[in-house]
Design a protein. Structure first.
Length: 252
């Protein structure tokens, strides 16, 4: 016979909707998700009471740590809010980690979260992303290392970013590299990580100036095509530079 042990955690319920407040930094509501769940409930599949939201008492309000969609749906349908009181003092980073484990957060969710927490490094990150629209992985490397890194992933840097610990220490270097790459914007794939790495390595080698490289590119933009690696991009650019040359120019 199955034995069930009682839990010390108590589930409360309330229709005092104004007693609840969202926590600054939680991600925006997903209207498609809300509509889907409401449709399920209205068809008879109401499981809200089995999934209580988690709240923390703060300044006479119940701050929603997890379950903002369930709160919004319950309020909209005039159903009771089922909730659990969390007594531990969870940071926004802790909340973000828990919520991301339940439903995977996108990079933008983390950025929005820490911007709402007044973290200026994430404001600067958003500013850079808006300016160049380079992918988040490459952007993080540029802003923290001053270079685009390698073509592999960086789990440690991703962890730092997701935990709200990002520190932007190479803003000027990142801007310089991004601006150099943007000079090739006639090339559809100028934001590719492999292309950015190629431009960075050509700059470091200092065998040809970026001005000369761009000048050669502008004469024959059709010669630059999408490649799979930074080495292939360097070879492609070297071919472009050497059109009509009797003596071969090495660029990296």
């Amino acid at each position: 016979m199955l034995k069930h042990n009682s839990s010390t955690i108590v589930v409360f319920q309330s229709k005092e909707y104004n007693n609840f407040e969202m926590v600054n930094g939680n991600r925006a509501l997903n209207q498609k998700k809300i509509s889907r769940i409401i449709k399920e409930i209205e068809s008879g599949n109401d499981m809200l009471s089995y999934y209580p939201i988690q709240v923390r008492v703060e300044n006479e309000k119940l701050k929603i740590l997890d379950g903002q969609h369930r709160y919004f749906i319950s309020k909209k349908l005039k159903r009771p809010i089922y909730y659990i009181l969390v007594t531990e003092n969870k940071s926004m980073s802790d909340i973000a980690k828990v919520n991301s484990n339940v439903e995977k957060w996108k990079a933008q969710d983390f950025i929005n979260c820490y911007i709402q927490q007044k973290n200026n490094d994430y404001n600067k990150l958003q500013e850079f992303l808006d300016m160049y629209k380079i992918n988040i992985g490459t952007t993080l490397r540029l802003l923290t290392n001053g270079n685009p890194g390698t073509e592999g992933s960086s789990p440690e840097l991703t962890k730092i970013f997701e935990h709200g610990l990002l520190k932007i220490t190479h803003w000027d270097e990142a801007i310089e590299i991004a601006n150099d790459c943007k000079r090739f914007e006639k090339f559809l794939y100028w934001r590719d990580r492999a292309f950015i790495i190629a431009i960075y390595r050509i700059k470091k080698a200092a065998l040809i100036s970026i001005d000369d490289l761009v000048s050669n590119f502008n004469k024959r933009p059709e010669m630059l095509v999408k490649q799979v690696s930074q080495k292939d991009y360097i070879y492609n650019l070297e071919q472009l530079v050497n059109v009509g040359k009797q003596k071969r120019i090495v660029i990296s």
